[in-house]
Ligand binder design. Structure first.
Ligand code: HEM
Length: 208
């Protein structure tokens, strides 16, 4: 327990490597299935599904770090918020690139117009643009330049990105009658409620 409460720098470095490897595993699996013809009848669509799924999983892991830190009191977890966030963005970019590949026979401008005018695609696009802004400002130098408070407010947009990703997921798959997006919606809502409750409790304490 002592180790979990206060890991040594060496243990943190090992954990970081393990988390990178674990985050790259879905990509390695996709590449393996790709070269061994294991992606089914519609391989590009299978890549679209898997990269979309993993972008959303990683977003949920990112949102779970702070509640887990508050519940356990393991403050070192703060150093592991950026890692899943960057992988959420990376899988999101792969997902977007796969979509463009799927539509490669059409004019790029027509594809972009389609993304910007169809709600199921637009929600995913805005979610990804928010991740781009967050990834670009996730460095120490950006935090120092913006100031802690402004930076913190900007990075709360992670919730907006996650909500839009869930809406996108739901709008894309509801026609198949799938209900997985509802599970993700419940997870994101629970994480958001936890943060809201903590925020209100802190404000009340400060006013007392
Ligand atoms: C420009 C941005 C995006 C575009 C054009 C896009 C496009 C698509 C399309 C066309 C599908 C439907 C695939 C199908 O059922 O055949 C889809 C599914 C999905 N997308 Fe996106 N998406 C974008 C961004 C995102 C982002 C940022 C996330 C997550 C953070 C995401 C998560 C998902 C998920 C989870 C699915 C369902 C995958 C499944 O059925 O297992 N998408 N996307």
């Amino acid at each position: 327990m002592e180790m979990l409460a206060k890991p040594s720098p060496r243990q943190l470095a090992i954990l970081r490597v393990v988390l990178h490897l674990a985050s790259l595993l879905p990509l390695a699996r996709l590449l393996f299935l790709g070269v061994t013809d294991g992606l089914g009848d519609e391989p590009v669509r299978a890549v679209l599904w898997k990269t979309g799924d993993w972008s959303l999983y990683m977003l949920c892991f990112t949102l779970a770090v702070t509640p887990l830190r508050r519940v356990t009191g393991w403050n070192w977890l703060a150093a592991f918020r950026r890692l899943p966030g960057m992988y959420a963005f990376a899988y999101g970019v792969l997902h977007f690139a796969t979509y463009l590949w799927l539509r490669r026979s059409a004019e790029l401008l027509a594809v972009l117009a389609r993304i910007l005018t169809r709600m199921p695609l637009l929600t995913g696009f805005i979610s990804l643009v928010i991740m781009l802004v967050l990834a670009a400002t996730s460095f120490q130098v950006a935090m120092r330049w913006m100031g802690g408070k402004k930076w913190q407010w900007l990075h709360r947009l992670t919730y907006v990105s996650a909500v839009l990703a869930v809406v996108h997921y739901w709008l894309e798959v509801s026609r198949y009658g799938a209900n997985q997006p509802l599970w993700f919606g419940a997870i994101v809502a629970a994480l958001l409620l936890f943060r809201l409750a903590a925020f209100i409790a802190r404000r009340n304490r400060n006013q007392e």
